[in-house]
Design a protein around this ligand. Structure first.
Ligand SMILES: [Zn+2]
Ligand SMILES: [Zn+2]
Length: 189
């Protein structure tokens, strides 16, 4: 019988060039694919157990720069052969990871594993495919950007004082009176 798992086809190169690296997990699953690297394109496959263990990339992965052409290419799970679901990773140079919807293994094109390690996503990679979580991160980023813009415009000193005034009023029983007072004081010719 043709055993696709043993052949370890690279999701992107479509050739049997996916070789295990590091400690190989035994486990009871004969179809399990350990963490593997493609000898041709240098992309990395991590099974879901490695994702959950937050396996960090080593120096050899940091040395490789990402290839945008590989990033655009659809990939297939080396174990289940299903199409990998893409998720965009926001950074200075955004890229996509592919996750198998069945076994939840993740494919990183060359350089992407190290790139993810420099973002907050390495610790909860699964959330990249969770629309609710993604929205929460987007909202949080937008709020931070907004505060940075205000801080930049006011300067650090004035910004700190304004924030202190806001904190003083936030839970105050006469919060609206305080707000009105500030507006009155600042309104004028
Ligand atoms: Zn490859
Ligand atoms: Zn799979």
């Amino acid at each position: 019988m043709l055993d696709a798992a043993r052949m370890r086809l690279c999701p992107k190169c479509k050739s049997p060039t996916l070789a295990p690296f590091g400690a190989i997990r035994g486990g009871g699953d004969p179809d399990a694919i350990p963490p593997s690297r493609c000898e041709h394109c240098k992309g990395v496959w991590l099974p879901h157990e490695a994702i959950e263990a937050h396996l960090p990339p080593d120096a050899s992965d940091s040395a490789i720069s990402a290839d945008p052409r590989a990033d655009a290419l659809p990939g297939f799970c080396p174990r289940c052969r299903g199409l990998l679901a893409r998720a965009r990773v926001e950074s200075d140079h955004p890229f996509h990871l592919g996750r198998c919807p069945v076994c939840r293994g993740v494919w990183f094109d060359a350089g992407e594993w190290a790139a993810v390690a420099s973002t907050e996503w390495l610790l909860h990679l699964d959330d990249l495919w969770d629309p609710v979580w993604r929205k929460r991160v987007r909202d949080h980023r937008a709020e931070n950007r907004h505060l940075e813009t205000v801080q930049h415009a006011l300067g650090a000193d004035a910004y700190a004082k304004v924030m202190a005034a806001i904190e003083a009023l936030r839970e105050h029983p006469n919060r609206s009176l305080g707000l009105s007072f500030i507006i009155e004081e600042l309104r004028g010719p």
